[in-house]
Design a protein around this ligand. Sequence first.
Ligand code: IFM
Length: 482
Amino acid sequence: MMLQRALSRYGLTEWGGEDMTMSAEKSYELQDSGVLRFPEGFVWGAATAAYQIEGATRDDGRGPSIWDTFSRTPGKVHAGHTGDVACDHYHRYREDVAIMRDLGLHAYRFSIAWPRIQPDGSGPVNPRGLDFYDRLVDELLGAGVTPVVTLYHWDLPQALEDRGGWTNRDTARHFADYAAIAHARLGDRVETWTTLNEPWCSAFLGYASGIHAPGLADPALGFAAAHHLLLGHGLATAALRASGAEKVGITLNLAPVVNDDTAADRAAAEIVDGLQNRIFLDPLLRGEYPADVVERARRFTDWSFVQDGDLEVIGAPIDLLGINYYTPQTVAARPGEAGNPVFPGSEGIAFGGADAPKTAMGWAVQPSGLTDLLLRLSRDYPGTPLMITENGAAFDDTVEDDRVHDTDRLSYLDGHLRAAHAAIEGGADLRGYLVWSLLDNFEWAEGYNKRFGVVHVDYGTQRRIPKDSARWYGEVVRRNGL
Ligand code: IFM
């Protein structure tokens, strides 16, 4: 059941049945292909998100978010876990920044909790919320770590959800106001701003399938939310530019969709590529929705939420495209198959895992997918610098004598860095790599049951232990290579 829920995060189902988790025995060998150097100035760092690590959900005037509500809804999150305490980063950020400094990280991508800044999502600003990020940014800069801000990593103020959340066009406007408020306070020290993290998840896990907050399950709402998220990105980008932001971007969760077996399978892959990747890439980077996606979604929506001028706003140039890559999407044409709720319009398509070792999430480990993805983006959407804003893996770690020998994670990261390097050699304009995640944290519907960190967190004591992967990663950073 738990594995099934983790799989469904990416529209996967369990093909095969037996334990799919990659064991130490099954884990693949580190490749030994000599020294690989990354380009000079390549940015190495780590990423987190507010609700996943901060805790302190009632401190200093923070308002409730949709994840506070959702995690309290019985049956929605593993074992009823909530983000109330999480990694207590709100109080321990100095210790966490010191870990980053010791690892030699160049950059830290964190998200700002909108409900700390505007407890009701619009209207009055809560200065104590801004104060926290002010302290965090200063601490980072003092440690030589460059802050990279994400404005929205899924914790919508509940007050806005009560008025329709991302299905309400007004939310996009409120988001731009909030972006300007955050920039006014931090813009003198933060150069790089990303608007949204993974709008696909917000729209289709949150509104179309009910797997994530706010837990609604209506395909039409999913498409409306996707559009308003994109509009929010566009309006926030304009607001950030007007306030003088230097670099503005967005982060998407993208995946190559694979199956070359038959013409029908290739057609199925094209459909899912539209529903996962092009539905965001095309409006952002080409100023239009892909015709096949528009057509396919007509069974759910007439797209009347798209108003004149929206696509110009959404398609305004950006300075950086953030890519979150974990696993490829493997599909097959299978007539009669019910549509997958996270991909409304995918009737007749079966989703499965690639034939590869799996992480604790059940996600196939396939580094070559990252090379393919980066090269495809360079080919189909040239001209926008790329950054890997998330990549990493959950495994069932154990602590022995104050050490965590997370060979599987280390191996995963090594493989993906080699894959990223291959893409650079192939011409991809990749500027940096941020590992997901700095810390073990609240993995959304999986609660604290899945550990993605390169630093172990004991949730009972809040003690941090850098895992072997963290030590290794620090060495990669130091050498600018492998
Ligand atoms: O933990 C999440 C993160 O919040 C968004 N990207 C995927 C990660 C792993 O599931």
